[in-house]
Design a protein around this ligand. Structure first.
Ligand code: ADP
Ligand code: ZN
Length: 605
């Protein structure tokens, strides 16, 4: 198909004519240049950064077939469908196929009729497979999810470790290792395990600028969630994470009664039910999955518009990984979480009582502290998040809640001192509710029985209401001034850290929690304001028909961003239609007329 003498001209040709994209992003062009020239590469890019093009285009440019090694068998069908939609000759070989199908694909490979072949890593254990590859012309090896080599206990680790065989058997074929997991240790291990020491390294930052991070105070889970969904994501696909299985079912059931398509997902459900729910999430539009952390690994749906956490994740790593499932297509997406005092107490307790050595517990506490720190921070959340992973963001991001609505702080020294004294004077044996009763001067049975009405501290806290005291205690626990006594059902204990504060040698700034704030947020759905909703729905309907006919997810036909461009630019001819992002030659030919017709009907109606 290509006619140019320069490989990079060919690469641009494919980008524009096959994929319908105007320019390469960031380091894509450099990476593609390196691979096309036959050099090995390590590509580290955040999810949604555009890794696939980095091996797909060189596979088209170079002679022979590009072999992609991926552990995510469940995704191969969709990946291959999407490529075939673009007119790329792609296929996969995995254990789900019958032998006749597999043989036909092997024949295509040998005949030079394939541009891309996806295989699972365990295939390379087979002598037969290696021989087949030796006979064929191979353009490159792309090792996707390359971090699998380094993760202990990872299902695919053993198979990934064997991939060093590629270098020995095919020394002249360029290899790429691709991953979104980027800590130093993993990176070093990929290079050494896969014999990629000489590879060129392309490391992009961790940032996911299209994700808006928000962490709000939890006061009424259902009301807050409903408001978030109704105001910001009434028809969008999203994931809601909860800590317990039971809660996922409760929330999903309740969302159904509120008119949402919501499905539970957790390890306790029958395998068949889980598979159905996952596939409905992938194939239908606007499905919400309410899940425990069992859901997500290998979910490669590009148009997840939000990830909501109703409970606090235990580590920043999990938070980042879970929220990272939103907005892989680069369009605006929300990471929204609510959390409160109970979450802090519950997690602290869980860690205290967990099995394992003291050292292990300390490490867990440490990681939880980092998560709590992120929740309570008063400066840019993205900066803190990236900083945690060793990435630097010079300026505040402007796309997180603390940037959008700067947090008010207040001098909480006096209040904190009272709160800590109440813990001390009552013998470090009571939970938050009782402590607040003491501070606010209540005289209920428990107070009287314990003689707490006679303490000097009784009633000194009338200046703050219940919620304000809860806020003080939450922040003191989150910041490690207080710990939670597991044997006494959430009784609070003083930690050494609070001494200077109690002695008046230190002061403390606290966050001012505001409940109402959320109502003031600008509502931001996935749709820009100036889009005609009627046309948008008509285009989505058309897309859904095509998708159903072909048994593929709607985004394989066109991404939302392409439909949005149709609404804004209102193309009137095939030439204008061809200019839309994501419309290559093949899709133009296949769908152009139909979608133009929908637009025309709308304009003349
Ligand atoms: P990753 O594998 O890194 O998570 P993908 O390769 O799936 O990311 O790319 C994410 C999205 O960005 C896809 O929808 C892809 O089509 C789009 N994309 C990638 N490169 C470009 C580009 N140069 N121009 C426009 N869109 C692009
Ligand atoms: Zn920010």
């Amino acid at each position: 198909m290509q006619v140019h003498c320069s490989p990079m001209k060919d690469a641009h040709y494919y980008l524009q004519h096959t994929y319908g994209f105007q320019d390469f992003r960031d380091s894509q062009a450099d990476i593609i240049q390196a691979v096309v020239d036959g050099r090995d590469t390590l590509v580290l890019m955040p999810t949604g950064g555009g890794k696939s093009l980095c091996y797909q285009i060189p596979a088209l440019v170079r002679d022979g077939c590009g072999v992609v090694i991926s552990p995510l068998i469940a995704l191969m069908q969709d990946q291959v469908d999407a490529l075939q939609e673009l007119g790329v000759r792609a296929s996969f070989l995995n254990s789900t196929q019958d032998s006749a199908t597999a043989q036909a694909i092997e024949q295509k490979l040998l005949n030079g009729d394939l541009d891309l072949l996806y295989i699972a890593p365990e295939r390379l254990k087979q002598e037969r497979m290696l021989n087949l590859l030796k006979t064929a012309t191979i353009a490159l090896f792309a090792i996707d999810e390359a971090h699998c080599v380094s993760q202990w206990g990872h299902d695919f680790r053993a198979d990934y470790l064997r991939l060093s065989i590629l270098h020995e058997t095919f020394p002249q074929v360029p290899r790429m290792a691709l991953t979104a997991t980027a800590d130093e240790r993993t990176r070093a291990e990929i290079l050494s395990r896969l014999d990629l020491h000489a590879a060129e390294k392309y490391i992009s930052g961790f940032d996911r600028p299209n994700i808006r991070y928000r962490i709000a105070l939890k006061y009424n889970v259902k009301a807050q969630l409903l408001r978030f969904l109704k105001e910001e994501h009434p028809h969008d696909a999203g994931i809601i994470y909860c800590l317990s299985r039971k809660k996922t079912e409760n929330i999903a059931d309740w969302l159904q009664t509120q008119g949402f398509t919501a499905l539970p997902y957790h390890a306790g459900l029958a395998a068949g039910t889980r598979a159905t729910h996952q596939s409905r999430f992938l194939r239908e539009e606007g499905v919400i999955v309410v899940a425990t952390i069992a859901f997500g690994m290998g979910i490669d749906k590009p148009d997840v518009r939000f990830v909501a956490h109703l409970d606090l994740p235990k580590t920043v790593e999990s938070y980042y990984q879970e929220t990272g499932r939103a907005g892989r297509d680069g369009e605006p997406a929300d990471a929204w979480m609510i959390y409160g005092l109970q979450d802090v107490i519950k997690l602290r307790q869980m860690m205290e009582s967990s099995e394992g050595s003291e050292e292990h517990k300390r490490a867990e506490q440490h990681r939880l502290n980092a998560m709590l720190g992120l929740c309570e921070i008063t400066s840019c959340r993205r900066q803190a998040l990236l900083n945690y992973f060793g990435d630097n963001l010079i300026e505040a991001c402007g796309n997180c809640d603390t940037c959008l609505e700067p947090v008010n702080t207040w001098d909480g020294t006096e209040a904190s001192r009272k709160a800590l004294s109440a813990v001390y004077r009552t013998g470090q044996r009571f939970g938050v509710n009782h402590l607040i009763d003491v501070l606010r001067g209540a005289s209920n049975d428990k107070i009287i029985q314990n003689n707490h009405h006679q303490l000097a501290i009784h009633g000194v806290g009338g200046d703050l209401d219940n919620n304000q005291w809860r806020s003080v205690y939450r922040q003191l626990v989150a910041r490690g001034f207080l710990s939670v006594d597991m044997e006494r059902f959430g009784a609070l204990r003083l930690e050494a850290k609070c001494r200077p504060l109690l002695r008046g040698e230190e002061s403390i700034e606290l966050r001012r929690d505001v409940k109402q704030q959320e109502g003031k947020r600008q509502t931001k759905t996935a749709l820009p304001d100036d889009i005609d909703v009627v046309l948008w729905e008509a285009l989505r309907d058309r897309r859904r028909q095509f998708a159903d006919d072909q048994g593929v997810p709607p985004y394989v036909i066109f991404h939302d961003s392409t439909l949005q461009e149709m609404c804004v630019l209102l193309p009137q001819s095939i030439t204008e239609f061809a200019r839309l992002g994501g419309v290559g030659e093949r899709k133009l030919e296949k769908y152009g007329t139909d979608f133009l017709q929908v637009i025309n009907q709308h304009l003349t109606a």
